[in-house]
Design a protein around this ligand. Structure first.
Ligand code: SAH
Length: 203
C-alpha cells in the first residue's frame, strides 16, 4: 500500500476528517521515521518496532489522536514520548511549536535526526522523564501523551492552559482507554474514545 491508498482508507474509516490534518499526513513521509529494514511497511496501518522495545504508533492512531487534539496554527504543544518523532512531525505542520520529551537517549537522538530529515524545524526534542511535563515552557495549548498512564499526571493538567486539550491513553499495561481531557475552571472534563494499546510510561 502507498501513502495515497492509506490516507484514502483512513478517510473512509473516519479517522482522518480535517483537511489540514489530511494535508499534514500527505506532507510527512512515515518511512523516514522507520528503521531501514521496515521502511517498506511505512504505509501499512500497523504499529512497528523502532528499537529499545518501543513502537511507532499505527497511522490510524496518530490520525485519531491528532483529530482529538484539534491543533491550531498558533498552538504550543507538549508531547510525552517522542519515540520515532513521527507524531511530532505531523503536529509540526499544524501548530506553531512542538516540544517533545523522550526517556530513551538513543531514541531521542534518532527522533532529532528523523525530524531534521523531514525538514521539521519547529520541533524541539528533549531527553528525559516527561511524566512531570516540562514546566519551563508551560503553559501549553495542547498536550499529547503517547505512552500509557495509569492515571493523568497532575503536573500535566497544571501545565495545560485553561480551555486546553490533553489526549492520553489511560490504563495499565496491555489495555488503555484513549481519553480526551478539556481543562475547564482548572479541572479536566473527560471524554473517552475507546480502547487502545500503548507501551507504558516509565520513570
Ligand atoms: N509518538 C511516538 C510513539 C511513542 S512510543 C511516535 O510517533 O513514534 C512511546 C514512547 O514513550 C517510547 O519511545 C518510550 O521510550 C517513551 N517513554 C516512556 N516513558 C516515558 C517518559 N516517562 N518520558 C518520556 N518518554 C517516555
Amino acid at each position: 500500500m502507498g501513502s495515497k491508498e492509506l490516507i484514502k482508507r483512513l478517510k473512509e474509516e473516519g479517522w482522518l476528517k480535517t483537511p489540514r490534518i489530511i494535508k499534514a499526513f500527505q506532507q510527512i513521509d512515515r518511512s523516514i521515521f522507520l528503521p531501514d529494514e521496515l521502511k517498506r511497511f511505512a504505509w501499512v496501518d500497523e504499529p512497528l518496532p523502532i528499537g529499545r522495545g518501543q513502537t511507532i504508533s499505527a497511522p490510524h492512531m496518530v490520525a485519531r489522536m491528532t483529530e482529538l487534539l484539534r491543533p491550531g496554527r498558533q498552538d504550543k504543544v507538549l508531547e510525552v514520548g517522542a519515540g520515532s518523532g513521527y507524531q511530532a512531525a505531523i503536529l509540526s505542520k499544524l501548530v506553531k511549536e512542538v516540544i517533545t520529551i523522550e526517556l530513551e537517549p538513543e531514541l531521542a537522538k534518532r527522533a532529532r535526526e528523523n525530524l531534521k530529515k523531514a525538514g521539521c524545524r519547529n520541533v524541539r526534542v528533549l531527553q528525559g522523564d516527561g511524566s512531570k511535563g516540562y514546566p519551563e515552557e508551560a503553559p501549553y495549548d495542547k498536550i499529547i501523551v503517547t505512552c500509557a498512564c495509569p492515571e493523568i499526571p497532575e503536573e500535566l493538567v497544571r501545565q495545560l492552559k485553561e480551555g486546553g486539550r490533553i489526549v492520553i491513553p489511560v490504563g495499565g499495561p496491555g489495555y488503555q482507554v484513549l481519553t480526551l481531557g478539556i481543562k475547564e475552571k482548572g479541572k479536566l472534563r473527560l471524554e473517552r474514545y475507546g480502547a487502545c494499546v500503548f507501551v507504558p510510561l516509565r520513570h
